[in-house]
Design a protein around this ligand. Structure first.
Ligand SMILES: Nc1ncnc2c1ncn2[C@@H]1O[C@H](COP(=O)(O)OP(=O)(O)OP(=O)(O)O)[C@@H](O)[C@H]1O
Length: 253
């Protein structure tokens, strides 16, 4: 199927399927029986985390990806950022993508904060000259201060987040992917991050946010997408989708 992509499209997710292999720890006897039967039958099981997911996000849209635990949100974000590859279907993005998906992913634990700014900045597509120019501002926003020359393995999870968030926003991304991580920041830093995210959105950047903080996403995002067991159930104004999720959660309870 050929999909027509409008010129103002930032993210196109097309018929994505993603499966994971679930390994079962079998007893020695079970493994032996399986071997003696000529390895017939499956000793592993496949689990479909995303089942035919399609999504178009226009440039400048602010999208909240919502759903209960295990519904496939992080998997979808990882596919959009390119950390994971789909089994079938495709993902296309337009412009520089900065993903804050796992705190400290992409950081080298034995290197200092300073070296990690250069390493991570390069991974996110900045040139050395660009990092040189933005270095002081990155450190200032992160409020890491004198710890910038400490190895990051000695950082707290909040310090990781501060540095990772600061590097990511300084890459000036067109598309910003954020997965729940703001939760590890303290309240003043969270407020600072939210202000920064709103500023990015006001400048026409595309935001794709995963969070269980429904009040927060309602203030940051306009559009909501509800995932349930790997399938998109609802896509519309964030307030409607949040209301539906609350309803379903109450029913479950
Ligand atoms: N690498 C993996 N190997 C096996 N299963 C995985 C892997 N990654 C994710 N899964 C499974 O895929 C499903 C979707 O996981 P995912 O992390 O995308 O959910 P989520 O909606 O982000 O959940 P949460 O709200 O708890 O963060 C879960 O059942 C999870 O166990």
């Amino acid at each position: 199927m050929t999909v027509t992509v409008r010129p103002d499209t930032a993210i196109v997710v097309d018929d994505i399927v993603k499966e994971f292999v679930l390994r079962h720890t079998r007893s020695l006897k079970e493994a032996l029986v399986w071997l003696l039967r000529g390895r017939k039958g499956d000793i592993t099981k496949r689990f479909r985390a995303l089942d035919d997911v399609s999504l178009h996000v226009a440039q400048g849209e602010t999208v909240a990806l919502l759903g209960l635990n295990g519904s496939g949100k992080s998997t979808l974000l990882k596919l959009i950022s390119g950390v994971l590859q789909p089994d079938s279907g495709s993902v296309r993005t337009r412009g520089r993508v900065a993903g804050l998906i796992e705190v400290g992913a992409g950081f080298h634990h034995d290197l200092s904060g300073r070296d990690n700014v250069y390493l991570n900045g390069a991974i996110l597509g900045m040139s050395r000259a660009e990092i040189d120019e933005r270095f002081d501002s990155i450190v200032e926003f992160s409020e890491i201060g004198e710890f910038i020359d400490t190895e990051v393995k000695f950082y707290s999870s909040g310090m990781y987040l501060r540095l990772a968030f600061s590097i990511a926003v300084h890459t000036d991304p067109e598309i910003f992917l954020i997965d729940e991580i703001l939760a590890v920041g303290d309240e003043p830093f969270q407020r600072k991050c939210i202000a920064k995210i709103k500023e990015l959105s006001a400048r026409g950047k595309t935001l794709f946010v995963v969070s269980h903080d429904l009040d927060l996403v309602s203030t940051i995002c306009e559009r909501g997408v509800l995932l349930e067991r790997g399938v998109i159930q609802l896509d519309g104004p964030v307030r409607d989708v949040v209301a539906e999720l609350r309803l379903r959660s109450a029913d479950d309870a």
